[in-house]
Design a protein around this ligand. Structure first.
Ligand SMILES: Nc1ncnc2c1ncn2[C@@H]1O[C@H](COP(=O)(O)OP(=O)(O)OP(=O)(O)O)[C@@H](O)[C@H]1O
Length: 647
């Protein structure tokens, strides 16, 4: 029966183009449902089902789908009834044991009044694989476009980054973890003089950062830039140098920031700024400020010094005296003042040496600058050098700040070295050098400073003798003694005592704001008869004391017993006896008597009565002397050194 059907169908098939259907690339079989037989099968079906066409044609459907007859019948009936049916309920095992998951699509056809089914079989596993592949393909296609979009996006960012790097005023370059340059922005190229091509791909430290500013090699191991990626920390450096391509250094401040990729440091980006100009300006400012500081300190010192001076000198620049000695000194002052010659003023203490020094300075072209006085006797031995030349901070223990020395302070003015004989021998050489070269160094400083100082020295020592004794350098002595001025002791110039006493009295009363007492001739006489070991200073002090203690406008002098004073002055030269005139006028007689009484009262300190009284000396009666004293309006108390001497 199967054979008959086959024969009749095969005849009809050609006319119905069934052949074309079966030649379809999809696995297709022609089934005669009534007989459960497979009439035809195409190559694709044979391949899928793992059997030859002939094997299939001799098979029954139910044999292919063993154990699935109910499903097969339902499927066939549905197809015959509806004309079309499909199912995934029919599986099949190939002869090689491979299990196939299949989808069957059946279409009913009528051939010679017989119902047939063309069954197209799909391999569901293969379709699934295709679906997966197709999905993967879609993903891939989508991925590529996404990637292109991202690429465009990143290219855009990169372009923007390049624009930013290009526009940045700071120099920016990158290095990888081997220290090799990865990029350089235009500002960095400009500042360094190297092009990006010259730097990229090369180890940048050895090109721009190889040495310190002083030329000392800068090892990459110490370089903070490299440390940034070695240690993974940001490094900021305020002042270092990068070397330009022309070999010149530029001072830079920079920040080196590590670059991380997934937590791994892969290099660093360095942002730097050329601070050469700023540093130069800062340094200039620093120098200017230091100069301002120095000048301020100097002004402060000058000011303090001048304040001191005002207090101490009290404007006593007026030199009083009519003696030849004083007149001679005044002439010498006039002569030497306009020159820059060194002056050595000698004389006992209080004879007016400083007064003369000041007068010289005042009359010199330097009078608009300061006269700086250094009392060499008052400086501790170890501080001499610092006092003269100054020191810098830290030069020795206790030198907590820079100090301007007296030489510097006197620059442009006059330096008055009082008691010059007290300068220690070891410093005399240095002093000599300054006097010769006008150059010196502060203690603790290499820098040589120049000054323009005029020197006036004073001493109450016999410097020649000091030289002889080896206590004073001869060369220094000659250097100081260019123009010597001698101040004679007051006792050798009694003529100066009256004007000096009047001068001191006037000044003191003005200063103390007290009424000025009268200075009588008798008092002047007393003053002239004293030896003045302390010279004018002592006279000034005596007058001051007397002015303060004056009663009823009357002065009382309290002079020590000159004969017992510690340092006896040179004996007062005997007053030159006046040439004896044979005939004296009445007035001359009167004056002579007056002088005689004054001398006697001076001798007896105002005592009239008794064997040591003035009356005995004069060989007149005490009562006569008393009336004479009254007539001459002499105040006996002027001659008394203490109240006891007056009866
Ligand atoms: N000829 C004078 N005219 C006016 N005042 C004088 C005269 N000589 C000295 N004096 C005054 O006497 C005082 C002492 O003078 P000065 O200080 O100049 O002496 P000196 O020789 O420098 O003393 P020393 O050696 O102790 O430093 C000062 O007040 C000064 O003004």
């Amino acid at each position: 029966m199967n054979h008959d059907v086959n024969q009749s169908v095969s005849r009809s098939l050609e006319s119905l183009h069934l052949q074309a259907l079966l030649a379809h690339t999809h696995p297709t079989i022609l089934v005669h449902p009534k007989t459960d037989s497979i009439i035809f099968a195409n190559e694709a079906a044979a391949k899928l089902l793992g059997r030859s066409i002939d094997e299939l044609k001799s098979s029954r459907m139910s044999a292919l789908h063993k154990g699935q007859v109910p499903s097969l019948v339902v499927f066939s009936q549905a197809a015959l009834y509806h004309g079309f049916a499909w199912t995934r309920g029919l599986d099949l095992t190939r002869p090689d044991g491979t299990e196939l998951k299949l989808e069957h699509e059946a279409r009913a056809i009528i051939l010679d009044d017989e119902e047939y089914l063309t069954v197209t079989i799909s391999d569901l596993d293969a379709r699934h694989r295709r679906d997966v592949d197709s999905e993967a393909d879609d993903y891939l296609r989508e991925g590529i476009s996404e990637w292109r979009r991202a690429e465009r996006f990143f290219r855009e960012i990169e372009r923007e980054n390049q624009l930013i790097l290009g526009a940045a005023g700071e120099g920016i370059y990158g290095v990888n973890s081997d220290g090799v340059t990865t990029f350089v922005n235009p500002a960095a190229e400009r500042m360094l003089g190297w092009t990006a091509e010259e730097l990229v791909g090369r180890e940048i430290h050895s090109i721009i950062h190889h040495s310190h500013v002083d030329g000392e090699p800068y090892h990459a191991a110490q370089c903070p830039i490299y440390n940034a990626f070695r240690e993974g920390i940001v490094r900021r450096v305020d002042d270092e140098v990068f070397w330009r391509s022309d070999g010149k250094p530029i001072r830079v401040e920079y920040t080196s920031t590590p670059i991380r990729d997934h937590g791994l440091v892969i290099g660093a980006v360095i942002v730097f700024r050329d601070i050469t100009e700023r540093k130069i300006a800062e340094e200039k400012l620093h120098i200017a400020l230091a100069e301002v500081d120095r000048l301020r300190e100097r002004l402060e010192l000058e000011n303090a010094y001048l304040q001191e001076e005002i207090l101490s000198t009290n404007n006593h620049h007026e030199i009083i005296g009519q003696s030849d000695a004083i007149q001679g000194a005044l002439k010498q002052i006039d002569l030497v003042a306009p020159t820059d010659a060194n002056v050595l003023i000698t004389g006992e203490s209080g004879t007016g040496k400083e007064l003369i020094a000041r007068a010289i300075h005042q009359a010199s072209t330097r009078s608009d600058r300061v006269l700086v006085r250094v009392n060499c006797a008052a400086i501790p031995h170890e501080l001499f050098e610092s006092e003269f030349f100054g020191h810098v901070r830290g030069a020795f223990t206790g030198a907590i700040r820079d100090r301007v020395g007296r030489f510097e302070l006197a620059d442009g003015g006059t330096l008055f070295l009082d008691e010059v004989g007290e300068i220690p021998l070891e410093l005399q050489g240095k002093l000599l050098r300054v006097l010769q070269d006008q150059k010196f160094e502060r203690i603790g400083e290499e820098r040589t400073r120049e000054v323009n100082v005029r020197l006036i020295a004073a001493t109450n020592r016999d410097l020649k003798e000091e030289v002889r004794q080896g206590r004073f350098r001869e060369d220094l002595y000659f250097r100081l003694n260019v123009f010597p001025i001698e101040c004679r002791p007051l006792r050798e110039r009694p003529d100066d005592i009256p004007p000096l006493a009047a001068h001191f009295l006037r000044n003191i009363c003005q200063r103390l704001n007290i009424a000025q007492p009268t200075l009588t001739k008798g008092q002047v006489h007393v003053l002239q008869n004293y030896g003045w070991p302390g010279n004018a200073r002592e006279l000034e002090n005596v007058i001051e004391r007397a002015a303060i203690l004056a009663h009823d406008g009357k002065l009382h002098f309290d002079l020590p017993d000159f004969s017992t004073s510690k340092k006896p002055p040179a004996p007062k030269p005997a007053p030159t006896p006046a040439p004896i005139k044979s005939i004296l006028t009445r007035e001359e007689l009167r004056q002579s008597e007056y002088d005689n009484i004054i001398r006697a009262l001076t001798e007896t300190r105002g005592k009239i009565f008794g064997s040591n009284g003035a009356a005995t000396l004069l060989d007149i009666k005490p009562t006569t002397l008393a009336s004479r004293i009254k007539k001459f309006k002499i105040d006996r108390r002027d001659f008394a050194h203490d109240s006891k001497s007056i009866e």
